[in-house]
Design a protein around this ligand. Sequence first.
Ligand code: AG3
Length: 279
Amino acid sequence: MDLWYTEKHSENVGITMKVSKTLFSGQSEFQALEIVDTLEYGRMMLLDGLVMVTERDEFVYHDMITHPALFTHPNPKKVLVIGGGDGGTIREIMKHKGVELAVLCEIDGLVIDKSIELLPSMACEIDGSNPRVKLHVDDGIAYIRDHQDEFDLILVDSTDPIGPAEGLFEEDFYRMVFGALKKDGIMVAQSESPFYHADIQKSMYKNLRAVFPIVEMYQAFIPTYPSGFWSFAFASKQYHPVRDFDRERAAKRDFYTKYYNEDLHLGAFMLPTFAKENI
Ligand code: AG3
């Protein structure tokens, strides 16, 4: 029997993949979680039926949610990840040896447990083996309320703004993030597809601009997300991702990045007209 999975991207369009095996299927307190094996993209995690990560293209998302901010801030030591229970974002942060502590605040403990068990290439730094990583199974909003003026970077590695992540796209949340950052801190958040999600983006960027003096959008090519054309919001108190970018430091990095590099860092902030119109 052939088993195919489809995520609908609009009423009439979707992405379809041939599945070889279902490795886990269950329901947590917050959402439905599936981890399946696919023929072309390796293992894939779905939350409420939406593609979160696949083994084959996760490098794009995880390079791009981390390295642009880590190479813009001159000396990031303390980093908070909200969401990101698969561990891919923490794995990339750990490549920066100057980072003393990365805190993962994920609302859903089942996502962490199943990632450690079934997605070890992503979860390799959240399995308890790295003393520079701390896990909190908690609501990100509650966590930052109690941790003001503490972080150099806050990375919001969330789902779409339907379900548990809804509050992570609101102005009140961005105000709390602003407060939880040090005086030169940076926030990065995944910000959906400029092609499919113009309305979500317009409201999200308006909310960010009400709080942060510097707000930019940058893009990445992620084949398994709606349209493949994906984006991140860069919201900063002081450093600008292009003007304050230290190209030399990025070029001299002592680790491999399959997607990110010092040229792409600059190129990612150059946007097509229709995307600029959403900021
Ligand atoms: N975060 C999910 C991005 C949203 C994908 N949306 C969709 N497929 N409709 C990914 C978490 C990776 N650490």
